[in-house]
Ligand binder design. Sequence first.
Ligand code: ADP
Length: 290
Amino acid sequence: GEFRQSDFERLSVLGRGNGGIVHKVSHRRTSALYALKIIHRGHPGADEEVDVVRRVDSPHIVRCHSVLPTASGDSALLLELMDGGSLDSLVRGGQGGFPEAALAEVAAQALSGLAYLRARRVVHRDIKPANLLVNRAGQVKIGDFGIAEVVSRAGKYRAAYEGTAAYMSPERFDTERLHDGEEGRVDPYAADVWGLGVTVLELLMGRYPLLPAGQMPTWAALMCAICFGELPAIADGAASPELRSFVSACLQKDHRKRASVAELVAHPFVAGRDTAASRHALREVIEQRQ
Ligand code: ADP
């Protein structure tokens, strides 16, 4: 039957974001655990998020079991609990980067999620370590559809962005062009591939990769680094040729030269990985860093 908020006991706070707060909750009758995400009424994108999460159902997307009624007009999403937290918290929970085998597994699973979204004409637009959630079984799932969008037939999409510019692709800084009726020429899905590239590089280096350590991530500094800067040098021996090639395919500044999700799924870094070993490596990272 239908769930209500009073069916759940709030156990702890899992995280806070722009839109509201995420609680760990337990269903009183069954003791099953979930994440309950409250999005405040009137928060920009609240309706879009509810709209999108209702459309998607994939093993690589955080599952939304139900949208609970509230008296206040807030939205309450009953989500699958991801008990390993976000990749962002795992980066901060340890020294240095993830081993390459674990990175290949993150990339492969995130790409499965992106391929699913692509088929559904959904652009996530906020792919970054904080929005990729993991569980102790070693699964990686895309979460937080707060600024996601269903691409219309005309190919038009919003250029507006709230939040950090750190994972924004170069073409998305070019808002004039996006507003200029030229939207159709910009592939909206390429922004998610860029976000994945920055994420993989961040997990490799153990810190945000596109600014020198210690530099303030102001909008201007980020825009400059993203649109015009060189990619950071990866030390000899710190990454395989396959990983270097994967990151460079994702981080092409010209969105027309950037690899598509389908091309990346077939990339040797992902397609050539030892699946059992890389799943194991990811599970170890989650255990050690959580
Ligand atoms: P916002 O849209 O407000 O940024 P998010 O959906 O990103 O909110 O959630 C904020 C934080 O809450 C995440 O970074 C994560 O740590 C935690 N969180 C969100 N959803 C879940 C979930 N399903 N399971 C576990 N933790 C979650």
